[in-house]
Design a protein around this ligand. Sequence first.
Ligand SMILES: *[C@@H]1O[C@H](CO)[C@@H](O)[C@H](O)[C@H]1NC(C)=O
Ligand SMILES: *[C@@H]1O[C@H](CO)[C@@H](O)[C@H](O)[C@H]1NC(C)=O
Ligand SMILES: *[C@@H]1O[C@H](CO)[C@@H](O)[C@H](O)[C@H]1NC(C)=O
Ligand SMILES: *[C@@H]1O[C@H](CO)[C@@H](O)[C@H](O)[C@H]1NC(C)=O
Length: 311
Amino acid sequence: MKTSSALLLPLATNALASFGHGSGGHNFHTYPSIASCTHEPTFFSCENTTRVVNTCCSPTPGGLVLATQFWSTYTGLERKGQKLPKGSWTIHGLWPDNCDGSFDQYCDLSRQYDPAPSPTNFPNGTVIPVYKGPGVDTFIKHFGRGQLLDYTNGVVNKYWINQGALNEVFWAHEFSKHATCTSTFDVACYGQDYKRNAEVVDFFDAAIRAFQHFPTYNLLAAGGIVPSNKTTYKLNDLEAVVKSQTGATPFFGCVNNGTVLSEVWYFNHVFGTEQFGSFKSVDSTTPSTCTRSGKIWYPERTAGSEQDVEK
Ligand SMILES: *[C@@H]1O[C@H](CO)[C@@H](O)[C@H](O)[C@H]1NC(C)=O
Ligand SMILES: *[C@@H]1O[C@H](CO)[C@@H](O)[C@H](O)[C@H]1NC(C)=O
Ligand SMILES: *[C@@H]1O[C@H](CO)[C@@H](O)[C@H](O)[C@H]1NC(C)=O
Ligand SMILES: *[C@@H]1O[C@H](CO)[C@@H](O)[C@H](O)[C@H]1NC(C)=O
């Protein structure tokens, strides 16, 4: 999707004007234009795929929306202040799977902000270009949303944590690999008033909102399942505890041959846009990689890798 240079010129000026003001600067609105959606029939994504829809109003294809999270025990960048949130899992991303569970990636190379594309190539061999421009954290600052970034108070640096590299590299990866395949974040949906990178900021907000729907740490703890280096758990119990509170079975992922819990994916159908819509939990389409019969560790974090986020 191309934007004319006539449109970009005043934007660049606005971006510069706000930049020096930090979080005290003007907050530009980042609304997609959903006025036309108010006249569309309404339904949950993946629940009536025969209907022709305005793809700005409902994620299409890619209507099976996965809110994904990690449980890890360290970041490797603790000395830079990049720590894990005490009493919380962390955000992985918000993925637009097709209704059958297959998925696309890196759907718009004009919005490729990932400095380390993974995979490095499309199946046909075409290389996914490496991004060398300013980090997506600068996009957030341009919109006067710098408060999102604060390490102790900002939501993204508290809960969207990378391992072995800076957090903003991970956010860029998630946007360019996944959100460029989510139709409601298409530049065309932002209409005439589009401000460059508005949809990137909207994606970060949407991923945070989805994450907050599923407080995994608390969901599990309410069923007596807490991190422990002394006790193990059973997959059936993890699934039952979550299902009793969300109505659906998520995907649990494990490492070390299925014995160490490391991730969870919550599958959803979305009513309306990913920016503002409501989520309905549906069962995972992917078999768990955790052992069904054996013992599962839900390890405590490494000493010094956590920070208190409740302040
Ligand atoms: C899907 O939408 C079409 C067009 O509005 C409608 O005729 C049909 O009954 C819908 N199907 C289901 C299963 O809701
Ligand atoms: C290779 O695949 C990508 C992604 O599907 C596509 O954009 C590109 O045009 C393809 N290139 C060739 C040479 O077919
Ligand atoms: C992995 O787990 C399977 C099933 O629990 C077991 O049969 C196998 O021996 C394990 N492999 C290793 C390398 O531990
Ligand atoms: C718990 O075990 C994990 C995995 O072996 C380890 O990384 C972590 O440091 C341990 N935490 C504590 C508090 O002992």
